[in-house]
Design a protein around this ligand. Structure first.
Ligand code: F6P
Length: 545
């Protein structure tokens, strides 16, 4: 793909937004709402069954028009089309980016090097479904003939965060007679705690790794093999019944000792952080069953189609991406808080951290020159209402601007007395309090002594989006994930960066490999900087012989 011209900060819309920022900065959400009583309904959008209220943003119609103009001048439309066509838009790795093919219907056709990848996707999905049915029904037996009741997914990054987030999110649809665990960290505690109460005879390991070379995953997979063999009398034939692999690397899977008949593949055009709906989602399918898994894929696809076809001004992922960029680039906001008012989404912010920050934490453009503005904001968050009793203080009264995304559902999966109304009252109250605050006059009118008034004042004007869905279903989860994937895409396209590589994780891996053999020996002489040398020496003393 040709780099977008002209450069980011020279695009007319960018220059106009820079000037426009000074018009918006003194305006308040109080004023904007007072001047336009219909703003709350007007600046909202319903698409793919998701309702987005974006009226509590520090933006006017002109802001939104300029942001849309920026998207157009940045070639967003062509980028979207190039992605859906299977072009190699991951320039630095020379790969197509086709997670949208993972959820395309059977009848669709997307060609990569002349091959319809949608057919391949459905072949793998069918094999996964067959395997999932066998395990869930008890037809698949362990080495000693016992039914599999425990599934342990071993993977890291995109091979862990998606599966664990989806398992937690969709737990209410899962087979409760089965236990699901997730091991990712190289810290041995992760493996030991995940397996300590499990019976190897009833346990299936999914080794999930795109490359099948990742240090953490392979080390944990070897520990799992030892654990199974020790528990089942040392017969290596047990591996075939207790291990399956999810990978793009058949050669390494065989080398590990897993029969490739027990391997579920995917392709180099699926990025790790975009893979929870590929075979990497095998643990999800085992937990919720193939039908729910397919419903989740349909949810993804509905949002994909909205993103591909809706005009930018009515396009939910585009609007969310543009608003995130507005605060990031024109208000100096460094972070965005994602605050799901749904306990089942407790791992959603952690999942989004890889999706957003591994994608858009980039310092050069596609052409390899330094990017002219700040790129990816830090995404973080916790489920409400817990966050309210922890860090919300800073969002309400701190000195930083922190745009918030609230996520809520009309119906609880666990109706319990007044809980859900209370939960929703809280999410609506937070958006209202952030936007409109409480003036010194209002505080004083309540009888606060003068000296306390500043402490109790909320200046407001703090922006938020609210996403409201009917119910947390597999389809709803697919829509939400796709919404954020495409919001990330929108931002990356405007910054003209490669949102699909991750070179920034390499250096640490290389240095760790070099340090590892140095930890157990006094020789050879250490040749790092003085800080690293001193830390290694201190560790040698602490670790014991
Ligand atoms: O940390 C870098 C990374 O490559 C991620 O992008 C990826 O999701 C993770 O490691 C795991 O990689 P793999 O699936 O190949 O084990």
């Amino acid at each position: 793909m040709k780099p977008t011209q002209p450069h980011l900060t020279e695009r007319p819309a960018w220059e106009a937004l820079r000037a426009h920022r000074d018009v918006i900065a003194p305006l308040t959400l109080r004023g904007l709402f007072a001047d336009d009583p219909g703003r709350g309904e007007r600046l909202s959008l319903e698409a793919a069954g998701v309702y987005l209220d974006y009226s509590k943003n520090r933006a006017t119609d002109e802001t939104l028009a300029l942001l849309v103009q920026l998207a157009e001048e940045s070639g967003l439309r062509e980028r979207i089309e190039a992605m859906f066509r299977g072009e190699r838009i991951n320039v630095s790795e020379d790969r197509a980016v086709l997670h949208v093919a993972l959820r395309a219907p059977r009848s669709a056709s997307i060609l990569v090097d002349g091959v319809n990848v949608v057919d391949e996707v459905h072949q793998v999905l069918d094999r996964m479904a067959e395997f999932a049915e066998q395990v869930r029904s008890g037809a698949w037996k362990g080495h000693t003939g016992q039914r599999i009741l425990n599934v342990v997914n071993i993977g890291i990054g995109g091979s862990d965060l998606g599966p664990v987030m989806a398992y937690e999110a969709l737990k209410s649809y899962s087979d409760r007679s089965m236990t699901f665990r997730f091991v990712s960290n190289i810290d041995g505690t992760d493996f030991v705690e995940a397996t300590r109460d499990l019976d190897p005879a009833e346990t299936l390991f999914i080794v999930a790794s795109k490359t099948f070379t990742t240090l953490e995953t392979m080390t944990n997979a070897h520990a799992a093999r030892e654990w199974v063999l020790q528990g089942l009398g040392g017969d290596s034939a047990a591996v075939a019944k207790h291990f399956v692999a999810v990978s793009t690397n058949a050669a390494e899977v065989s080398k590990f000792g897993i029969d490739t008949a027990n391997m579920y593949g995917f392709w180099d055009w699926v990025g790790g952080r975009y893979s929870m709906d590929s075979a990497i989602g095998l643990s999800t399918m085992l937990a919720i069953g193939p039908e729910h898994f397919r419903a989740m894929l349909d949810g993804f696809h509905t949002m994909d189609e909205h993103f591909r076809t809706a005009p930018f001004a009515r396009n939910m992922p585009v609007l969310m991406g543009l608003l995130a960029l507005w605060y990031n680039n024109f208000f100096g906001a460094q972070t965005i808080a994602v605050l799901p008012y749904e306990q089942y989404l407790k791992r959603f912010p952690a999942y989004l951290q890889q999706l957003t920050m591994e994608s858009n934490g980039k310092h050069v453009t596609l052409a390899g020159v330094p990017v002219a503005a700040d790129t990816g904001p830090v995404y973080w968050g916790e489920p409400g209402t817990n966050g309210q009793h922890s860090f919300y203080q800073l969002i309400h009264q701190g000195t930083r601007l922190i745009p918030c995304d609230f996520i809520a559902f009309g119906q609880s999966l666990n109706p319990l007395g007044p809980h859900h109304d209370m939960l929703l009252a809280n999410v609506f109250a937070q958006g209202e309090a952030l936007a409109f605050g409480k003036t010194p006059e209002e505080v004083a009118a309540e009888g606060s002594p003068a000296w306390l008034v500043p402490h109790r004042t909320f200046e407001g004007n703090r922006p938020s989006n609210t996403l409201l869905l009917e119910r947390l279903t597999p389809a709803a989860l697919g829509k939400l994930v796709a919404l954020y994937e495409h919001s990330v895409f929108t931002q990356g396209a405007i910054w003209d960066i490669d949102s699909f590589d991750q070179w920034g994780v390499e250096l640490g891996k290389v240095l760790a490999k070099r340090i590892l053999p140095e930890l157990g020996h006094a020789e050879p002489e250490l040749a790092h900087d003085s800080s690293t040398n001193a830390l290694i020496r201190r560790y040698r003393q602490l670790r014991g012989p």
